[in-house]
Design a protein around this ligand. Structure first.
Ligand code: NAI
Ligand code: MG
Length: 532
């Protein structure tokens, strides 16, 4: 599944709507009286069952017996209560993972069997795609259609892609000289081995997909895992745990512990018997992870925040595509993307036209609960995120930014924010410098390539960037000079299981997906045989 700038998605321009409230200021909000489709009986009966952690192949409550609620961000209602896992649960899960790694069947499984098992997980996800899309929409707030078109098939594809790697983890034979051993002969080669017990801490913006990005490569390479989903969106990881067992994963190979970051997450990052921790989330917590990991010097990989520029040159082939691409870059997933194109830089002569095009697209986005079929943008994930984003909007206004459209919360129920386009900004403003993680783009004019490159590189982040031009040489030059892990030329938000993703600078350590991710989950062992 590919998300292209031309494919209709959450940011696509909708036909003029007659229902819903058009406030003329960023988005069309669904009227409160309009009925929202019922939750399917399959999902509601799953939600009604008690939720437990997956430890050592068993579903168990938190050691403390405590639970917390996972609310529906569209209306604040409680979807389910999940275990409030803490240090004790993490410790039990790590012990189970260690046992599975050192002594379980997992070690004895052939690479082909491991690959087939992962392939089955991908198949099962596709079989249950409607159910996962609904669950993801309820728990995270994103439109169900988006979850069904993007999150779920991308997660399945990741497992299918990684299944293929299980049989291809090859070392090399290395001719060596050994100057201090004249006349001796050696046969030297390398082995690729799993790192061991891996802790994985994931965020709430793509809950299922982030679980797949983490679990796929860890399992393909033979590791055992303790996964901690985000407290805002724990449900799809628990359902995925059920599918993993159904696919035949031996007990203890994947353990899922729901809990808060400060308790369960911190315990996992610091655990002395965890060999590696993989984290996706805020740069601030990424730094805490690094510190926590220093106790036993566990390996660390990080996928962190961003403030990604999207640069539109006046010679772009198709201005309408660039405008839609810029809208998609920021409004996809309500701007809750680490790679969101949150800084829009437009060559001066076309600045007004592009800004008004993006603002027009923003105004037409249909806001509503994720389950409503006409919803193009759902609520933000939580009240905390709503407050964070509206705080930025308020600060931006105080600093003198102008909101061409949007600029505040939308409606009084649920955590909706108006799709927002800001102009009149300068690099000192927090809305220009910091990750907002909401549907807010700051637009700035530029005059030349030489001027714009240092401007966009002057950020502690370096995750992604977009460039719109028909000049091939210019496109390549910009791609070469941008300090970013991904550069999209005449497109945005193109992801694939085969394409490495990760950040320069404070956007992270390491690359996920593609064959590069295998480096993060394997140790290389050099073996030397004296054959003299
Ligand atoms: P966060 O970084 O606090 O949470 C991400 C994950 O880390 C969650 O599973 C959480 O439980 C865990 N966590 C939190 N504190 C921890 C700790 N001390 N030790 C171990 N694990 C911990 O992100 P949050 O608070 O949900 O969102 C805040 C901001 O972070 C957002 O506004 C956004 O800017 C950024 N963010 C970036 C994401 C990305 O994809 N790079 C995803 C989510 C948030
Ligand atoms: Mg946090």
């Amino acid at each position: 599944m590919k998300t292209t700038s031309s494919r209709p998605q959450s940011t696509a321009r909708s036909p003029k709507t007659t229902n819903g409230r058009h406030n003329g200021k960023g988005g069309v909000h669904r009227g409160p009286t309009q009925p929202v489709p019922q939750v399917s009986s399959k999902v509601s009966s799953w939600l009604a069952r008690p939720k437990h952690n997956l430890i050592d192949g068993q579903w168990v409550p938190a050691a403390s017996g405590k639970t917390f609620a996972s609310p529906n961000p569209a209306d604040g209602s409680v979807l389910a209560r999940v275990p409030d896992g803490d240090r004790e649960d993490i410790d039990r899960a790590v012990k189970a993972a260690r046992k599975a790694f050192e002594r379980g069947n997992w070690r004895r499984m052939t690479p082909s069997e491991r690959g087939q098992l992962l392939w089955r997980v991908g198949d099962l996800l596709l079989e249950h795609a409607d159910e996962f899309a609904e669950l993801e929409s309820l728990d995270n707030g994103k439109p169900r259609a988006v979850a069904r078109a993007a999150d779920v098939p991308l997660a399945a594809d990741l497992f299918h892609y990684m299944a293929g790697w299980a049989t291809k983890l090859e070392g090399s034979t290395i001719p060596i000289s050994v100057p201090y051993a004249p006349g001796a002969r050696f046969h030297a080669f390398t082995l690729r081995e799993p790192v061991g017990v891996v802790g994985q801490i994931i965020p709430w913006n793509f809950p299922l997909l982030m679980a797949a990005w983490k679990l796929g490569p860890a399992l393909a390479t033979g590791n055992c895992v303790v996964l901690k989903p985000a407290e805002q969106t724990p449900l799809s990881a628990l359902r995925l745990g059920e599918l993993l067992l159904q696919a035949g994963l031996p007990e203890g190979v994947v353990n899922v512990v729901t809990g808060y970051g400060e308790t369960a997450g911190a315990a996992l990052a610091a655990h002395e018997d965890v060999d590696k921790v993989a984290f996706t989330g805020s740069t601030e917590v990424g730094k805490l992870i690094v510190r926590a990991a220093s106790g036993n010097l566990k390996k660390v990989s990080l996928e962190l925040g961003g403030k990604s520029p999207n640069i539109v040159f006046q010679d772009t082939t198709n201005l309408e595509a660039a405008i839609q691409g810029a809208a998609n870059a920021i409004f996809f997933n309500h701007g809750q993307c680490c790679c969101a194109g949150s800084r829009l830089l437009v060559e001066k002569v076309i600045f007004d036209e592009v800004v008004s095009g993006v603002a027009q697209a923003a105004k037409q986005i249909k806001l509503g609960p994720g389950l409503a079929p006409d919803t193009q943008m759902g609520p933000l994930v939580s009240e905390e995120q709503l407050n964070r984003v509206t705080r930025y909007l308020h600060q931006g206004k105080q600093d003198g930014a102008c909101y061409v459209t949007g600029g505040s919360r939308s409606g009084e129920q649920g955590y909706f924010v108006q799709p927002t386009v800001a102009t009149g900004v300068n690099p000192r403003m927090s809305i220009v410098r910091e990750e907002i993680f909401g549907p807010v783009v700051v637009a700035e004019p530029f005059t030349t390539l030489e001027e714009v490159i240092p401007r966009v590189n002057a950020t502690p982040y370096g995750l992604a960037a977009g460039v719109w031009t028909k000049d091939i040489a210019k496109a390549h030059r910009v791609a070469a000079e941008l300090k970013a892990g991904t550069v999209w030329i005449n497109c945005y938000n193109i992801f694939d299981a085969a394409l490495p993703f990760g950040g320069y600078k404070q956007s992270g350590w390491g690359r996920e997906m593609g064959h590069e991710v295998l480096e993060l989950y394997t140790e290389t062992k050099a073996v030397v045989v004296n054959i003299s």
